[in-house]
Structure formats: C-alpha cells, structure tokens
Design a protein around this ligand. Structure first.
Ligand code: PMT
Length: 232
C-alpha cells in the first residue's frame, strides 16, 4: 500500500557514468555507480509512473531491480553521444526528465582504431586531445514540451571560494532547469556511496527541499519536489 501519486506520468531518468573510448580497450570514465539514478527511477515506478531508465555504465547488480520492474524500460548507452540520443528520443513523450547520469564533458577527438602502443608514442609521455560533448540538459531545456518538467543534478566539490549553495544557484540559473538537485561529491561522498544529501533548488534559486538519507529516500523527496512545482 504505497502512494501512487505519480500514476499516469511518463518519466525518463538517466543514470550512471558515460565512458568515452580512447582506443578499443581504454576509456575515460567517472566513478558514478548509477545508484542514485536507479533509485530515482525505482521511486518513480513504485509510485505509479511509467519510466524509461537510460543507463550509462551501471553494474548489473545495481540495475537488477530496475530491469525486473514492470513499469521500467531500461535502455543502455555507453558514450555521452549515445546517452544524448537515447534520452532525447525518450524525452519526446515524457512529462518529466531527470538527468542523474554523470556525463563526460569531453571526449577524445580521434579514437584510435588499434590499441595505442607505448612504442609508437615516441617519447616519455603522450597527449590526448579532447573535444567538448554536447550538453544534453541544455538541449532538453531548449526543446522542452509544454508542461514538461526538466530536472538536473549538479555534482559539486565546493571550496573556500564558494559554497555548495552558491555554486548550485549559479548552475540553476545557467542551466534553465525547473529543479536542480545539488549534491556535494568527493573522494567518499556522492559517487558510489549508499547515502546522499541533496539541496533541491528551484530555477529562482529557492531551496525547495534538503533531503538526506539513503539514495532511495532522497529520490522520494526529489519526486515530492517535482509534484510540488507541477501543481503550482
Ligand atoms: O551514480 P552514483 O554513484 O549513485 O552517484 C550519483 C551522482 C553523484 C553521480 C549523481 O547524484 C549526480 O550528481 N549526477 C550528475 C553528475 C554530473 O554530471 O553533474 P554535473 O554537475 O557535471 O552536470 C550537471 C547536469 O548536466 C547533470 O544533470 C548532468 O547529467 C548534465 N549534463 C552534464 C554534461 C553533459 N554533457 N550533458 C549533461 O546533460
């Protein structure tokens, strides 16, 4: 007997970390486990939503419950470009899109056809040229359907110069999303952990929720915040 307050909503959630190939055997990646995005998808589906979960690199064990859920369709994406295509495609019919994936900002400009070999480097070091990936969230905001809610995440490592909230507020204003879930990340927080803390910001910069707990608990609080702005 759980609440079914998201019944009738079509939602898209991205999760996990993209992998940008260097050559056939190497990639540039990040430490996102997908746990947070999967928790957002499970929370929505358990509350009645129909979910498309676009998974970048996520271990099978983390994805298992979502794969077995009758209201979740899982699609896989490797690179940022593949994630962009899958999310943009699914977003065309979505009421809410949540970008929890950790997307590479850059990719290797020339992917080698064969494994890069030390002998061919011709020196003690090697340089990889990187080019910028498209900002998927910016594309979603630009092509947002009437009534569609776009939610971003912001992974921040605040320093002496700027607080988490200030960094989040700047990103919220710049990204144009309806809600931005700001989380502090570091060597031991955010990525990979089972618990998380979010500061959920409205586009105005107003703090609408500050959940802390398991990734599932903060996911449920994020959906409460989504419902809060959709009825306004
Ligand atoms: O996966 P876990 O181990 O559970 O960890 C969860 C998490 C820390 C990865 C997650 O909670 C999180 O913060 N996800 C977003 C990570 C991220 O890429 O943040 P960002 O501040 O670099 O990007 C801001 C937003 O733009 C994000 O919604 C991101 O999905 C999106 N983005 C980024 C780059 C890009 N090219 N396109 C995008 O759409």
């Amino acid at each position: 007997g759980r609440r079914r307050d998201l019944a009738g909503l079509d939602v898209v959630v991205s999760a996990g970390g993209t992998r940008e190939p260097i050559d056939p055997v190497r990639f540039i990646g990040n430490r996102s486990s997908g746990k947070q995005g999967v928790a957002v998808a499970l929370a929505a589906a358990d509350r009645g939503a129909d979910v498309v979960l676009v998974a970048a690199h996520v271990d099978d064990g983390v994805l298992a419950e979502a794969c077995a859920h009758p209201r979740i369709a899982v699609r896989r994406a490797g690179t940022a470009a593949e994630l962009a295509e899958a999310v943009t495609d699914a977003a065309a019919a979505a009421d809410v899109v949540v970008m929890a994936a950790a997307v590479a900002d850059y990719r290797v400009s020339h992917v080698a056809e064969r494994k890069l070999a030390k002998e061919s480097a011709g020196g003690p070091g090697i340089t990889l040229e990187l080019v910028e990936n498209a900002d998927i969230l910016a594309g979603l905001v630009a092509s947002r359907r009437a009534g569609q809610t776009v939610v971003g995440f912001a992974a921040e490592t605040p320093g002496e110069d700027e607080t988490l909230l200030d960094r989040g507020r700047r990103k919220a204003a710049r990204k144009g999303v309806d809600l931005l879930a700001v989380n502090e990340v570091g060597w031991t927080s955010g990525f990979e952990a089972d618990e998380n803390a979010l500061v959920v910001l409205a586009r105005s910069g107003e703090v609408v929720a500050e959940p802390r707990g398991s990734k599932r608990e903060v996911a449920d609080a994020l959906w409460d915040a989504v419902l809060g702005i959709r009825v306004r």
